[in-house]
Design a protein around this ligand. Structure first.
Ligand code: SER
Length: 325
């Protein structure tokens, strides 16, 4: 596989989508501007909700971007090798323009031909009832039927409370046996670290009124999302997202300040990873205008800073150190 940095992957993705007619737009703020249902921008689609619902976007009906995302729902799991509160989401969008055929074909082309991932390690999944997506994978892309997985609403239907939503088709990467749980039946969809979801193609065709009533949207849309850090971990063939180039540089600085080494002591590694993650979130939040306070977004920021500072003390770092990171 090609050796690629996160910066190269980011640019390759945007260029590829531009070659498909998508206009490159800037990341929106982590403070949601167009979606009152969320505290932070947690996915590339949040800033684009009005356009998924039919408003005209000034840049057109095909867009691509890299969105700064904050997800703090799993904050208590941060410190393990796979959770982040801040990540970059590569995305391409269609507002009543291209739909399933193109979105699926482009995701496959980008991963296998542009990035050069081994097609035999990639497995698509579709929503249970979505025969159309299944047939595209099977008949147009040529993936054998027994390599395409059908999952239910929990895995293959993207929705976030009220608003635009729809069935989705994900692409999993087989990271190899050494990451597996070894249990009989371990396969795509298993909770262990072997099969990692890297790309989500959402076919945004419904509006959820927030009480579970779905109405068909007049225009059919595409909302895709691929975590840059996850893609980089696959391409760079490293054990975890904390080993990819961008996070690794920050992680090493934490180790330097703590006069310690990574992967020597599991308890210290938890603190090193937590600080590495939290300082990224805190920096992007502050850059977008959030200040530590007692409620809402500011409270989340304050909590991240306090947790990072506490773990610095656990590592034996004296004095203010977050500013150096
Ligand atoms: N909204 C979808 C997700 O976050 C695809 O971008 O996974």
């Amino acid at each position: 596989m090609k050796q690629l940095t996160s910066a190269q992957l980011r640019e390759m993705f945007l260029k590829f989508m531009e070659s498909k007619g998508c206009a490159r737009i800037q990341s929106a703020s982590v403070i949601p501007e167009n979606d009152p249902t969320v505290l932070f921008t947690t996915a590339g689609m949040h800033p684009l909700v009005p356009y998924l619902m039919g408003a005209k976007h000034p840049a057109g009906t095909r867009l691509t971007d890299v969105q700064k995302c904050i997800r703090t729902g799993d904050i208590d799991d941060v410190g393990d090798p796979s959770h982040l509160t801040f990540f970059e989401m590569l995305g391409n969008f269609s507002f009543g323009d291209y739909f399933k055929h193109e979105a699926i074909a482009w995701s496959w082309e980008f991963l296998t031909e542009v990035v050069g991932l081994d097609p035999d390690r990639l497995y698509p999944s579709v929503y249970l009832e979505d025969d159309e997506a299944f047939d595209i994978w099977n008949k147009e892309i040529g993936i054998p039927a027994d390599r395409i997985y059908r999952f239910g609403k929990e895995d293959n239907f993207w929705e976030h409370g009220a608003g635009p939503c729809g069935p989705c088709s994900e692409i999993y990467y087989d990271r190899g046996e050494k990451y597996g749980c070894g249990k009989p039946g371990c396969t795509v969809g298993c909770d262990c670290d072997r099969y990692m979801e890297i790309w989500n193609n959402v076919f945004t065709q419904f509006d959820n009124d927030g009480e579970g009533h779905y109405t068909e949207l007049e225009q059919k849309n595409i909302d895709t999302g691929m975590g840059l850090e996850r893609l980089a971990s696959v391409v760079q063939d490293v054990d975890s997202i904390f080993d990819v180039d961008t996070l690794c540089a920050l992680r090493n600085k934490v180790c330097e300040l703590a006069h310690t080494e990574y992967k020597k002591d599991e308890e210290k590694d938890v603190s090193i990873r937590l600080i590495t993650d939290h300082i990224r979130s805190a920096t992007f939040m502050i850059s977008d205008g959030i200040m530590p306070t007692n409620e809402g977004r500011g409270y989340v920021l304050r909590r991240l800073i306090r947790r990072a500072a506490r773990h610095g003390r656990l590592l034996g770092i004296q004095g203010p150190f977050l500013v150096d990171l």
